[in-house]
Ligand binder design. Structure first.
Ligand SMILES: NC(=O)c1ccc[n+]([C@@H]2O[C@H](COP(=O)([O-])OP(=O)(O)OC[C@H]3O[C@@H](n4cnc5c(N)ncnc54)[C@H](OP(=O)(O)O)[C@@H]3O)[C@@H](O)[C@H]2O)c1
Length: 304
């Protein structure tokens, strides 16, 4: 999908991560003027190929520095993807999680407003909606996403800020360094060592990375066209959640290898999501195009 807004200047946070690096690559390819806000500890390995095509601004953690960055860049739009994700937390994680998911995010919006930047794409999670509730966080990470959405309401009500929050489910694709399902399955296939898993009856909503990136680009176009009044939130859902056991079967069929999974070898997680959130609004004009079979094929081919 080619954007026709080549002159737009964008700031992306979390561009060194799995989703953010793919979003950044697409925007560079489409001719956007791409600026990344990174941290002193950022690892740029996923964006090596586009480093020469982007401008990096290293944030030192302070609000003043964020204000300086925005005064210099003055982008048209911000894509906010930076976050610390933890399915379960320990007491030592509270500081870093609040710092990344609430403090940094609030500094970002404050600096946007101070510099007349009024278009934001924020990234939420389906885990804000445990058991299909309007709000019921699966874990503290999901609660921090909700906390930032509440903070956004203040800015939306008191300034011209327009926001689209895209709530993601599970994402997958090539070059994914995260320790998620397919990384585990790939290792099991390689090492042929048995892997204890939960009983595997939970439904998983998997969206291929190119479809996720399409959603970000479409959301940006919606903001550019002035279609957003205040704050809209959308689910970026495959529409067809699949049982974990079935995903493993599909994966195993595609790579042509039986996987030694020990089903029930570990219990379900506390507050395991058995049925993902399914009553969120879909982003207008967006539909996932890549089936799970096609997505796994593409992923495995490029990981070879
Ligand atoms: N992928 C999914 O399945 C999924 C599902 C639901 C929601 N989401 C949301 O989508 C966004 C992108 O997710 P992702 O899977 O691409 O995440 P990821 O690979 O973990 O990348 C997240 C990025 O956030 C930044 N960050 C800020 N504070 C951090 C910290 N304390 N520790 C580690 N990284 C930190 C890092 O970028 P810098 O170093 O450049 O700052 C990092 O590369 C996040 O907001 C996430 O919550 C993702």
């Amino acid at each position: 999908m080619k954007s026709n807004k080549k002159q737009w200047k964008v700031v992306i946070t979390g561009a060194t991560g799995f989703v953010g690096s793919n979003v950044a690559r697409r925007l560079v390819t489409d001719g956007w003027d791409v600026h990344l806000i990174a941290r002193t500890e950022s690892n740029f390995s996923l964006v090596q190929d586009i480093l020469k095509a982007v401008t990096i601004h290293q944030h030192d953690g302070t609000t003043e520095n964020m204000l300086d960055i925005f005064e210099r860049v003055k982008p048209n739009i911000v894509f906010h993807l930076a976050a610390l994700f933890l399915a379960q937390h320990e007491p030592k994680d509270i500081g870093p999680m609040i710092k990344s998911n609430v403090l940094f995010a609030t500094q970002l919006v404050e600096a946007m407003i101070a510099n007349g930047v009024y278009c934001l794409i924020n990234t939420g999670t389906s885990w804000q909606h445990f058991e299909n509730k309007e709000y019921n966080p699966v874990c503290l990470y999901a609660a921090t996403k909700q906390a930032f959405e509440s903070i956004l309401e203040f800015y939306v009500e008191t300034t011209p800020l327009k926001v689209i929050t895209l709530k993601l489910f599970d994402t997958y694709g090539p070059n994914d360094p995260r320790n998620k399902l397919f990384t585990l399955l790939r290792n099991v296939a390689k090492e042929e060592k048995s892997l204890p898993m939960s009983p595997g009856e939970q439904l998983i909503n998997l969206v291929y990375i190119d479809d996720v990136v399409d959603a970000f680009v479409l959301a940006a176009e919606r903001l550019q066209k002035g279609k957003v009044e205040k704050h809209e939130a959308y689910a970026v859902s495959s529409g067809t959640p699949i049982r974990l056991r079935d995903i493993v079967d599909i994966y195993s069929r595609i790579i042509g290898k039986d996987l030694p999974i020990e089903w029930g070898g570990r219990p379900y997680r506390n507050r395991e999501v058995m049925v993902p959130w399914n009553n969120g609004m879909q982003l207008p004009d967006w539909q996932p195009k890549i089936s799970i079979e096609e997505g796994i094929r593409r992923m495995e081919l490029s990981n070879d």
